[in-house]
Design a protein around this ligand. Sequence first.
Ligand SMILES: Nc1ncnc2c1ncn2[C@@H]1O[C@H](COP(=O)(O)OP(=O)(O)OP(=O)(O)O)[C@@H](O)[C@H]1O
Ligand SMILES: [Mg+2]
Length: 403
Amino acid sequence: MANQQGSFLTAIDVGSAKTCALVAEVTEAGLRYRGHGVAESRGSRKGVIVELDKAVAAIQKAVEAAEDSAGAAVEHAIIGIGGAHVRGVNSHGGINLGARAREIGRDEIKQAVEKARAIPLPADREVLHLLPQEFILDGQAGVHDPMGMVASRLEVRVHLVTAAASAAQNVITAVNRAGVHVDDTVFEPLAAADSVLRADERELGACLADIGAGSTELIVFVQGAVAYTAVIPIGGDHFTSDLSLGMCTPLVEAETIKKVYGNAIVTLIPEGNEVEVPSVGNRPSRLLPQRLVAEILEPRARELFEMMRENLRHGGMFEACLAGIVLCGGGSRLPGIFDVAESVLRRPVRLSWPTPLAKMPASLAEPEFATVLGMVAYGQRARVARGFQADRWGSKLKTLLVG
Ligand SMILES: Nc1ncnc2c1ncn2[C@@H]1O[C@H](COP(=O)(O)OP(=O)(O)OP(=O)(O)O)[C@@H](O)[C@H]1O
Ligand SMILES: [Mg+2]
């Protein structure tokens, strides 16, 4: 049976709401869909495994469904890391090459990047990505790939993404216990960007916001490179729990009401519309105005985008997003959220529809699958890069240089 070692690539996204496994085949014409499985997530919250056995069972369920539809065993996978424990920071480092300018090779690039990586990190954090932004040769900035060029000093600016080591390890452990070996880990919005951001947006300056269930993850690209990453601790589940509290209804009912009747703009709902709202305990359900649903959701949506704006401003990135903000993740499906985003952010906003794989069912072309679709694209780029360079460190650097 073909597997990850051969022409198949599998990605597993262990989200707070859903766990999704996607199998793609690498063909000469590009990636082709082979199968997928989705299971309701259990035991993982905001990127952290809280109940290992339940998380393992959800991963197994998604993987088995993916194996059935792909007709192949899943033995290896690339997995996503996300949640509030992830941090991004910019760093800078460099090396002297000698009094006389000389040619820059792979070792010199590696040494310069290692210098940039050498910032003090607490013992419980690990580097998830080391993303070169630009190289500076003898003070001349803006070099994308210095290989083969000459200089007497080589400097590099990088964006470092770090994760809580235990949180990342627990996701790996859960996937391992589900019988799958983890080949690589990727920060989820970095992968999602592969499937939803266009090259011209990355060049001009754009922010991708993945509104998941537990959190909203941000990644900003400027001049084609990752300039900033951040996580905002509000996701779709906060909207649901607001409805549950505000309408005094169980969480599962609140989730359904949100998806069926929800809107982030009160005035988009006609006055007079009513919604049947189940009660808690044995009390009878009530008929409440549909506008009440939006009156509860709108402030939460405003809060999310205000936090996003302040976060980007604080990081010095708000002005840099000239191409605007792109929304993905299940939370971006709430009607009216686009309007709230535009009114708060005052930047062009667009909803994203992930780039489909060949032969992919239409049901996967939804914003909540942007991450898993991007992960197979990222995995393929990493694989191509490994063809150039065998060691894992080098492959990560190369992956991003070719990106
Ligand atoms: N039609 C809809 N309207 C409003 N919200 C929706 C809709 N569909 C999905 N959601 C919300 O999207 C969220 C799930 O999004 P997604 O599947 O991207 O999350 P996840 O990847 O599992 O979580 P995370 O990325 O936070 O780990 C849930 O809060 C869900 O209520
Ligand atoms: Mg997600």
